[in-house]
Design a protein around this ligand. Structure first.
Ligand code: HEC
Length: 131
């Protein structure tokens, strides 16, 4: 039984609209979107999130095959006030979380992925486009 139909539908419709808008401009979307994470590049972030296979544990829109369910969906991670159940969702906290989750939240099941600071910045830049 689905209890949240509108929430499920709306983001995919919005993304469909965005994809159309991107297709319409030859420059594409990434060049027009500015990262909210200092030093983070949205396109590089997408590449890294794909490469590190975060999608084995997370649903991540825009990442092929990212349909894992041992972690929460990252569908609207850019809209959340808190991540990992209580950490304020700021770019700095997100970058730190991605690098050393256990240091941010002892006992968490999210594993450290061995990211550099720069890689985490790029990934955070991409994640914040997911709203
Ligand atoms: C082995 C499974 C696993 C992998 C691989 C993994 N995660 Fe997670 N992730 C989790 C779990 C479990 C949580 C929930 C942690 C908690 O709240 O303590 C989580 C939480 C998160 C959150 C916070 C989500 C929220 O709604 O609060 C983000 C963001 C995140 N992961 C991003 C990533 C990124 C980016 C990668 C790849 C670099 C990644 N994860 C790889 C399991 C994973």
């Amino acid at each position: 039984m689905r209890t949240r139909p509108s929430r499920q539908l709306a983001p995919s419709l919005r993304r469909a609209g965005l994809a159309l808008a991107c297709a319409a401009t030859l420059a594409g979307c990434a060049g027009e979107r500015k990262s909210v994470v200092p030093g983070g590049d949205i396109e590089q972030g997408l590449r890294l999130v794909t490469q590190y296979q975060c999608g084995a544990c997370h649903v991540i829109p825009g990442v092929q095959g990212a349909a894992g369910d041992s972690g929460p969906t990252l569908d609207y991670i850019g809209r959340l006030s808190y991540i990992a159940g209580g950490i304020p969702n700021s770019p700095d906290n997100m970058v730190r979380w991605l690098r050393v989750p256990h240091a941010v939240k002892p006992g968490t099941e999210m594993p450290p992925m061995g990211l550099t600071e720069q890689e985490a910045r790029h990934m955070a830049a991409y994640l914040y486009t997911l709203r």
